[in-house]
Design a protein around this ligand. Structure first.
Ligand SMILES: Cc1cc2nc3c(=O)[nH]c(=O)nc-3n(C[C@H](O)[C@H](O)[C@H](O)COP(=O)(O)OP(=O)(O)OC[C@H]3O[C@@H](n4cnc5c(N)ncnc54)[C@H](O)[C@@H]3O)c2cc1C
Length: 412
């Protein structure tokens, strides 16, 4: 039994995992949570179903400045460890397309199972305890955590305060201030896994359309990131998994400039040559007596085709026989290279993660601060964010577990 006093700041996924792990190692654990309840964010994860991990775990699913190190952390607590951990809490899991969920599809059971374990391990939970400073206590040399005029002293402290995403759940970015106060820098933070807002007013006419597409982010005309999946068009912009996954890249570019251009390919299975042949054969097959709307029926969603006909400067009722070949070609081109201009994203309120944070360069392989020994980091407060599919919660479990194991481990 270590008997070491461990303070965990932040009662989200990473903090609860850290507290359970440290207590199982015999530490005396106090879990400090700024809001009145632990694990509130978990309730809204996976649309209320909590996608808590993924069978296809790989470092390439994460954005970070040090992918090799993230891979190294993931190897030490992988998907089998997540499965065993939750089975150990009595949570039956199920898998869908590689994503792991509680079999009952209720995020609340994950929150409850963790809370019951915290209670059974006699962890001291202090809700409504929002830390506003973490510093070395000059008298004891230990780590003091303060909240107003309250003060607690620990052998080691794990900071698991999350980022700024979904601030109503408690993650308001205050953890970054604690880290900066300890001498850490901060990779600039932006909303991630969030919907994008576009300049084009005409999107209203196609709002509600969903379509498989390859979406590319262009920087000075060059593709810097691309994702394929179901695009969802909204009144104000674009959503859907591929868009959410591109949003952090777009938001970092938007920090430097006013707009980012996206190129959308609605027929990504065709090579350029195959598409060229498809267009030529359609032109030969279909009667020129048709209206433009009739002529392009069957290419894409009806609403999209009507939009593209109009964007090419035509009217849906125009007879194809009277349309210039260049204009028909333009409609075909729009199906492969529709350009939209993003001028913002939804705010942190709608974001699922916060990109950026405490750089991995500033923590050791034990997840210990290089600036202030005896302080450890876990979860989204670090500059590691994952794609959709349970990767962000996996990072929270993995880093929470490792930070706690190391914090309870040997003294220097
Ligand atoms: C709507 C939504 C859906 C999501 N769905 C999924 C999903 O299905 N799968 C997936 O993998 N990921 C999902 N995520 C992301 C995932 O929930 C987060 O990446 C993960 O919860 C981060 O865990 P964390 O413990 O690091 O931070 P958080 O969960 O944000 O927890 C941080 C905790 O610290 C507390 N805190 C903050 N500052 C202080 C302070 N100064 N003092 C004391 N306490 C403090 C906060 O109140 C909070 O309880 C989703 C996120 C959202 C918002």
């Amino acid at each position: 039994m270590s008997g070491r006093k461990i303070g965990v700041v932040g009662g989200g996924a990473a903090g609860m995992m850290a507290a359970v792990t440290a207590a199982r190692q015999g530490a005396e654990v106090t879990l400090l949570e700024g809001t009145s309840r632990l694990g509130t964010k978990l309730l809204s994860t996976g649309n209320g179903r909590c996608n808590l991990g993924n069978l296809r775990l790989d470092g390439s699913e994460y954005y970070t400045s040090q992918p090799a190190r993230v891979n190294n952390f993931l190897r030490q607590f992988d998907t089998n460890d997540v499965i065993s951990f939750f089975h150990g809490l009595g949570v039956i899991l199920k898998e869908k397309n590689g994503c792991l969920y509680p079999a009952c599809e209720q995020a609340a059971v994950v929150q409850d199972a963790l809370r019951y374990e915290l209670r059974d391990l006699h962890i001291c939970e202090m809700a409504g305890w929002k830390a506003d400073a973490v510093e070395r206590d000059p008298e004891t040399g230990k780590i003091a955590v303060k909240s107003g005029d309250r003060r607690l002293v620990f052998d080691r402290v794990i900071l698991a305060c999350g980022g700024r995403a979904a601030p109503k759940t408690g993650s308001d970015g205050s953890g970054y201030l604690l880290a900066q106060h300890l001498g850490h820098s901060l990779t600039p933070v932006v909303p991630g896994l969030v919907q994008l807002r576009c300049r084009e007013d005409y999107l209203k006419s196609v709002a509600g359309v969903r379509a498989d597409a390859l979406i590319s982010v262009l920087r000075d005309g060059r593709c810097v990131a691309a994702e394929r999946g179901e695009l969802q068009i909204t009144e104000y912009g674009l959503s859907g998994i591929p868009v959410l996954q591109l949003s952090r890249t777009v938001n970092y570019i938007l920090r430097e400039r006013k707009e980012v251009e996206l190129s959308v390919d609605f027929l990504p299975d065709y090579s350029s040559e195959e598409y060229e042949r498809l267009c030529v054969s359609r032109d030969l097959m279909l009667s020129e007596d048709r209206s433009a709307e009739e002529f392009f029926t069957g290419m894409l969603h009806k609403k999209l085709m009507t939009l593209f006909i109009k964007l090419a400067g035509l009217r849906p009722s125009d007879r194809v026989s009277g349309i210039d070949g260049k204009d028909l070609k333009r409609v075909y081109e729009l199906c492969r290279q529709w350009r939209v201009h993003v001028n913002g994203s939804n705010s942190y309120d709608s974001a699922q993660v916060c990109a950026g944070g405490v750089p991995l360069e500033e923590v050791t392989d034990r997840l210990e601060s290089r600036m202030q020994p005896d302080v450890y980091f876990a979860g989204e407060i670090l500059d590691v964010d994952g794609k959709c599919g349970g990767y962000n919660l996996h990072w929270a479990w993995c880093s929470g577990y490792l930070a706690a194991m190391n914090a309870v481990g040997d003294m220097h």
